[in-house]
Design a protein around this ligand. Sequence first.
Ligand code: XUL
Ligand code: CO
Length: 432
Amino acid sequence: MTDFFEGIETVRFEGLDGGDLSYRHYDPNEVVMGKRLEDHLRFAVAWWHSFAWPGGDPFGGQTFERPWFGDTIELARLKADVAFELFEILGQPFFCFHDADVRPEGQDFAETTRNLEEIVDYIGEKMESTGPRLLWGTANLFTHRRYMAGAATNPDPEVFAYAAATVKTCMDATHKLGGENYVLWGGREGYETLLNTDLKRERDNAGRFLQMVVEYKHKIGFPGTILVEPKPQEPSKHQYDYDVATVYGFLKDYGLENEVRLNIEQGHAILAGHSFEHEIALAASLDVFGSIDMNRNDYQSGWDTDQFPNNVPEVALAYYEILRAGGFSTGGTNFDAKLRRQSLEPVDLVAAHVGAMDVCARGLKAAAAMLKDGALEEARARRYSGWSDAQVSEMLRGGLDECYRAASEGRYAPSPRSGQQERLENLVNKYV
Ligand code: XUL
Ligand code: CO
């Protein structure tokens, strides 16, 4: 036991009148649509933001003073101790990590790998004795200076190889810990300027890299899902995994659309000019939806602010699409969210997650109520009901000539109908 969270009790569901550090909406055992809320939401804490991030911004460095900051195995163990204490306080069923979040960097690849293996064993013991599971593991292929021009898309093949070797060690670690997914976010897989970039080669190299990941997954028998996390820019000016549509085209090009699914993040969707629910709905419709990184971007700032979610109507629409798609299978709700840099106290870390979990629970329950009500789905079905008409398949088969003939004969004389947007929005507001 460390003393980091001293005086902070385990957080419990207390209902609407509950205290500051209680769940007012998230009762893990509440059954919604035949499933416990905990099993619907599958919450995860992100190691990088909660334990590794020092609180810096482009104008200033570290604001957080954590007793585990430093690059030694002993401090990495202390960090893991505190992490598992937070999971216990929150009752979090899952966590996620990058290699660089949990282990110190060594002098060379071999030492770095030994450090990772040592700390993964330690984490494994803690998982066994306390219960939380690994939602996903991933490799940090963007912080170290060797990756400044990308990893899989680096102009230097030695960096490609180093990154691939690192991914192998992270997949091994994820597999060993029983991880349910493995994530690849293309941190610097993009470019700063086209003037020095061979775009076609870089895209092909990224395709081969992902094929190698999938081949290795099958080789070691990793049963989890490989997930790609789209983001349009930041840190690179342009990133190849721009958004769901772009990644889907990429997967098709490299024959991976049945092997890889998507991890969709609210803030990344906003940066790409989409809504979170749009990205989820599109992935679901293409049958590549996997998991979500739940957070909130500031709508004015224009960068990835990674705040904890606090907007129930938005979150409800996201979970509405997830429930329509049948809910999570191996995926879950990972809080890829960080404290504001002035939120110095250990209790701030607890409160941030408590609030976020409550927001998600409210959102999911609202989404389930909207589905149960059925009016939205009925309105959608009514809007497209013309497509079940027999003459429609004839029209589709017949091509332009058939459409011309039918329209000339007056068989198609469309009369515009209301899209009913305001009425549908009113319906949503009934539940959020
Ligand atoms: C960065 C981001 C990452 C990924 C994992 O914007 O979202 O934390 O989720 O590498
Ligand atoms: Co993310």
